[in-house]
Design a protein around this ligand. Structure first.
Ligand code: SF4
Length: 706
């Protein structure tokens, strides 16, 4: 019997079930002739302090003959360290590594092998068939079980030298459904669940494999066609996860690309209905780029049945046509369908997130700001702007992109650890020939302000008014804020700017919360500095008022004063009062709903229903609530519930309205609930087979006061 131990280290931010190792093992279980000669003794996936702490786990159930390792950007440094220690302790063990971090470029691969002599076999791309072949070889060599194998689909190395290389990529058959059992349904992770059930758990659901695109910065676009897992397997996995995962990450590159994806989305709801105490409260997924109606329906179902973390993610990456061409994304309909999609999403109260990448070829400071301004006019829930990261096996890394586009990269620590050699490394873009370093730094600064001040809603209502009235664009508003505070209250502003810097770069930054209790996270600290410290808050909003008086003289001072007061009151504060009331001279809720500003005295009663998407979280301390409201990472959260009071009523001389405030848009509560009810009714036939009533569904999923 060959004893095998698996290693799939989690990212350090979230704990995720080790799906890759599990899927490989599930595949091997279909190869009956070898499966009876192999035994999985355990999977190492989490180390509290140092990765060295995992060493005793390696031989807990017997000394392994083989170690399986999966390497990705978030675990390569630690995995390389641990496997070297394992090889030292058990010199006879054979170590097989796979994953996207193993270089496919000849020279870089040679170097990787030299630096990592602990690895005996290294696999590129999809791992199932190469792993089966390697195990057949090892079983034959050890005379445990002799069978034929292909030796052309993996790299065999010895003491840091490549002995034989890959000649062929062998993928699972794409003509049929991927016929692999589920590691979740097989019970492979039951023990892991028992061990870690008290922390937040994330599960990865793979409903299909492959991506029809080939973006130059990505390591994913496969040369193989899209292949599907069968629906029964997916449903079984969802049922397992509903009870044992707080969040499900759908790993498909384009969820919604297949007609059946709508059925999968509905199955999440059905599973939540079926289980008495469902644990899953959020799904994260990247939507298909070319199937807008389906995408909208899926997002609406997940949102209205309370299963969405931050709505649909639209990974646009750039809006600049020259850039899109350079990165091979010019043919995606998403750029042209965007107007339709966003308007439909907002009308139905379904949030969405945009993603842009900073530092792509041919992007300039001006084109980037133009993209941001355009996207922010549509009003996304969230605007993620990532710095371009160099992925080992991306076209950008191997083609002459760096030379052609003047791309310069910097080494960056992407995870924190007290051990120098356990900090994961990323290479991030620092400049290109169209975005010199100074422009890059400035673009990043404005991006940060947008994240904290606009997405964090600190000046959102003010900015939205100025944007709607065509006084100033979002990026110009951020630039104005920066300029005004630098000139008028520089010390305060520099402290704020320091508070958003990243502690992992070794910068001494002031922290505004108990670091023993909470982890540091970019932007959370800056949000708390402004919104959570009363003196700072007063100073900031006074400054904003003054700035608006000076910079935008066309706007009546009375309007500015009232608007700043309105914005200030909508953002949560240190006390985290669940209810609060205040009055304004203008009817701002009506303005943000209809675009018409009336001067009428309004009394507002505001409420917070929940923080994050674990609905019982309001019984935490104000400090803790504020941390999560600010987007803290320890806790899986729902950004749409963050930063602001998410419901309330206003009373004016002429009207009264109960409203839902989602991502800074106001919806009539009754209309909003009715539209959710409509959705329930449209699905009622399917749910009535399960014996659930409409009312029960409404209360279980949509009642906002649970
Ligand atoms: S970035 Fe997305 S769409 Fe492009 S190749 Fe990668 S997975 Fe596919």
């Amino acid at each position: 019997m060959l004893k095998i131990w698996g290693l799939q280290l989690h990212s350090g931010f979230t704990f995720t079930y080790p799906n890759s190792i599990g899927t490989l093992w599930a595949y091997l279980s279909t190869k009956k002739d070898i499966f009876e000669h192999i035994e999985l003794t355990g999977i190492g996936c989490r180390a509290e302090d140092s990765v060295v702490d995992l060493l005793p786990e390696v031989d807990e159930n017997g000394v392994p003959d083989v170690i399986l390792v999966t390497l990705y950007i978030w675990n390569t440094v630690r995995s390389n360290k641990l496997t070297k220690l394992i090889k030292e302790k058990f010199p006879n063990v054979t170590i097989i590594a796979g994953g996207a971090e193993i270089p496919e470029n000849k020279e870089r691969f040679k170097e990787f092998v030299k630096n990592n002599p602990q690895y005996d076999y290294l696999v590129w791309k999809e791992g199932e068939i190469p792993l089966e072949m390697i195990l057949r070889r090892i079983l034959s060599e050890k005379n445990i079980y002799v069978s034929d194998y292909y030796d052309d689909c993996y790299n065999y190395c010895k003491d840091g030298e490549i002995i034989t290389g890959t000649k062929k990529f062998r993928y699972l058959d794409h003509k049929n459904y991927l016929d692999i059992p589920s590691p979740f349904s097989m019970g492979l992770f039951d023990e892991i669940y028992e061990k870690y059930k008290d922390i937040n758990l994330q599960a990865v659901l793979e409903t299909n494999r492959g991506c029809p695109y080939s973006c130059t910065f990505c390591d994913w676009g496969l040369r193989e066609k899209l292949r599907k897992f069968n629906i029964q397997r997916i449903q079984e996995e969802i049922d397992w996860m509903t009870e044992r995962a707080d969040e499900v990450f759908i790993a498909d590159a384009n969820f919604g690309i297949l007609d059946r994806d709508l059925e999968i989305a509905k199955y999440f709801v059905k599973s939540k209905i079926k289980h008495k105490n469902p644990r899953t409260h959020s799904l994260v997924f990247s939507h298909a780029k070319n199937n807008k109606e389906k995408v909208l329906k899926i997002a609406e179902i997940l949102e209205k049945f309370d299963l969405s973390r931050s709505g649909a993610t639209f990974a646009l990456q750039s809006m600049n046509p020259d850039t899109l061409k350079a990165i091979k994304r010019e043919n995606m309909n998403i750029s042209t369908d965007f107007d339709w999609i966003t308007k439909q999403f907002l009308a139905r109260g379904v949030p969405y997130t945009n993603e842009l990448i900073l530092g792509l070829p041919l992007e300039t400071k001006e084109t980037f700001f133009k993209s941001l301004d355009m996207l922010l006019e549509y009003n996304p829930l969230s605007m993620n702007t990532f710095k371009l990261q160099l992925l080992e096996n991306s076209e950008i890394n191997y083609d002459n992109h760096s030379e052609k586009y003047g791309m310069k990269w910097s080494k960056f620590r992407q995870t924190d650890s007290k051990y120098e050699d356990e900090r994961e490394i990323a290479y991030l873009i620092e400049e290109t020939n169209t975005m010199p370093r100074e422009d890059f730094k400035f673009t990043r600064l404005i991006r940060d302000f947008i994240e904290i001040l606009w997405m964090g809603k600190i000046v959102y209502f003010i900015g939205r008014y100025l944007q709607k009235e065509k006084v100033v664009t979002t990026t110009k508003f951020m630039i104005d804020i920066n300029d005004w505070f630098k000139s008028n209250d520089n010390e305060f502003w520099q402290t704020f700017r320091a508070s958003k810097e990243d502690i992992r770069d070794g910068v001494e930054v002031p922290l505004w919360y108990d670091t023993d209790k909470f982890k540091f996270h970019r932007f959370v600290n800056a949000f708390i500095f402004l919104a959570g410290i009363p003196d700072n808050r007063e100073r900031f909003y006074n400054g904003i008022k003054q700035m608006c008086f000076e910079y935008y003289p066309s706007i009546d001072k009375e309007i500015i004063k009232d608007l700043v007061y309105f914005n200030d009151n909508f953002v949560v504060d240190k006390e985290m009062s669940i209810r609060k009331s205040f009055s304004t001279e203008f009817n701002w809720v009506n303005y943000f709903m209809t675009g018409k500003l009336e001067k009428e005295y309004c009394n507002h009663e505001l409420k917070i229903y929940n923080v994050g998407n674990k609905k019982k979280s309001l019984d935490r301390s104000p400090d803790e609530l504020l941390y999560y409201m600010a987007g803290g990472h320890n806790f899986l959260f729902n950004k749409q519930n963050c930063f602001i009071y998410h419901a309330g009523s206003y009373y004016s001389q002429t009207s009264k309205l109960n409203f839902i405030n989602k991502y800074g848009l106001f919806y009539d509560e009754e209309e909003f609930n009715n539209s959710a009810l409509e959705l329930i009714k449209s699905l009622q036939d399917e749910f009535s087979e399960m014996g659930v009533e409409e009312k029960e569904l409404f209360n279980k999923f949509l009642h906002r006061q649970n």
